[in-house]
Unconditional design. Structure first.
Length: 216
């Protein structure tokens, strides 16, 4: 976590050098209840209102590729701890101040690899890509949580969506994929939806450039 916090501080310095001075790094380990609680306390000291929550933390357990018949329970546990339970921890910790916003937005960063429809369709590229069994299923679980969250908040100003940024060139993918800026723009777009924006949707503009929506 010390390394992650230092990375955050470096990012803040870079933003400040570009004139974006209203940014601050706060330590948050989504797998640790105390860390999430402390982050909530620290942010609560600075504001009573949270407009946007982007649940972006995600891992693939050191990049291990496992077919379904070889997948280990430990690998599943490690991935779910961050990709699913971490999102639940953070969302439930911050939902109270999100409710104070006039237009609260929750973006759960998902992946088209979590689409059951695409993975079961022989005509889809996803059909033949089954190497990351635990990771894919964690994103499917995240998608279901997103559906439930959007349903519970359907009669409120909340907009809650699962967004796939596309295969992106980061350390998560061993720097293979598309431009980080484009992926970031896809996420920000749904974090800044207006009152007429969608909610309870699964979006991948990489796969569907026209409307963005893809099947669960």
């Amino acid at each position: 976590m010390i390394i992650c916090l230092e990375n955050g501080k470096q990012a803040v310095e870079k933003l400040a050098s570009e004139g974006l001075v209203n940014a601050e790094a706060i330590q948050l380990d989504v797998t640790d209840e105390d860390s999430v609680r402390n982050a909530r306390i620290e942010i609560g000291k600075k504001t009573d209102v949270l407009d946007i929550l982007i649940n972006n933390a995600g891992i693939n357990a050191d990049g291990i590729a496992e077919d379904a018949t070889a997948a280990s329970v430990e690998n599943f546990k490690k991935i779910y701890e961050t990709n699913v339970y971490g999102v639940v921890r953070v969302t439930t910790a911050f939902v109270d101040i999100l409710k104070q916003s006039q237009e609260p937005r929750i973006v759960n960063v998902s992946s088209n690899m979590g689409s059951l429809a695409l993975h079961s369709d022989p005509n889809s590229p996803n059909y033949g890509y089954k190497a990351f069994c635990a990771y894919s299923s964690s994103k499917s679980a995240l998608n279901m949580y997103t559906i439930h969250l959007a349903y519970e908040l359907r009669d409120t100003p909340f907009k809650v969506n699962a967004i796939c940024p596309g295969l992106t060139k980061t350390d998560h993918t061993n720097f293979f994929g598309g431009d980080v800026v484009i992926a970031g723009q896809r996420i920000v777009k749904y974090a800044l939806l207006d009152r007429e924006g969608v909610t309870g949707k699964f979006i991948s503009e990489e796969l569907n450039p026209e409307t963005g929506e893809i099947p669960w």
